[in-house]
Every structure is written in structure tokens, then in C-alpha cells.
Write a protein that binds this ligand. Structure first.
Ligand SMILES: [Zn+2]
Length: 100
């Protein structure tokens, strides 16, 4: 089921899944996470809609890293985390072939 979801940012229709990037900052530490499986990515503004469960798992990962900054005194690191594709949250709907 390819459900049409409106982008909550620009209200354009979002039609396909993809991956999202999220950046978290705290106490001078920057955690950049790429390749987060998104259920919808807005083709207009690029905003990604992420499933609650996915967002929660990412949040847990980031919390773990950010807590480190509160316990240790080394300079704050820049952390890049990349989830490899393809990912679990792919929709089963095949992409329609477009005749050119
Ligand atoms: Zn949008």
C-alpha cells in the first residue's frame, strides 16, 4: 500500500521512501546520522518522515553517545553514523516503470 502522506513542513505530497539524515548537538558534541530508513521523503523540500519506532531507536543510540560527553573530559568528538542501505522499512510496492 503506497499511502500518500502530506509533508508536514511544506504540505507537498510525498510519494516515495528513502533515507533521512539527522544531526544532534549537545554540549559541543555533534552526532550526524545518515541512512536512516524513512517511510516517506518529500520531493519538494527533502523533509523525511520517519516511523516512530525507527526514530526511537535512533534516539536511543544518540542518547548513549551524548551521555558519554557528560562523563568524560576528552574534547567533544564529531560522530558520523551511517546505516547501510538497503533497509528494513522498504515498502513492498514496486516503482512504476515510466516510459520516456
Ligand atoms: Zn516538504
Amino acid at each position: 500500500m503506497a499511502k500518500i502522506i502530506k509533508c508536514p513542513i511544506c504540505f507537498a505530497l510525498t510519494e516515495k521512501d528513502g533515507v533521512a539524515t539527522q544531526v544532534f548537538r549537545r554540549n559541543g558534541m555533534v552526532v550526524t546520522i545518515t541512512g536512516i530508513p524513512a517511510v516517506r521523503v518529500c520531493s519538494h523540500c527533502g523533509h523525511a518522515v520517519i516511523e516512530w519506532e525507527t526514530a526511537e531507536q535512533v534516539e536511543k543510540l544518540v542518547q548513549f553517545l551524548l551521555q558519554w560527553t557528560e562523563n568524560y573530559r576528552l574534547p567533544k568528538p564529531m560522530v558520523n553514523i551511517n546505516f547501510p542501505e538497503p533497509q528494513i522499512v522498504k515498502t513492498t510496492q514496486p516503482l512504476q516503470a515510466v516510459a520516456v
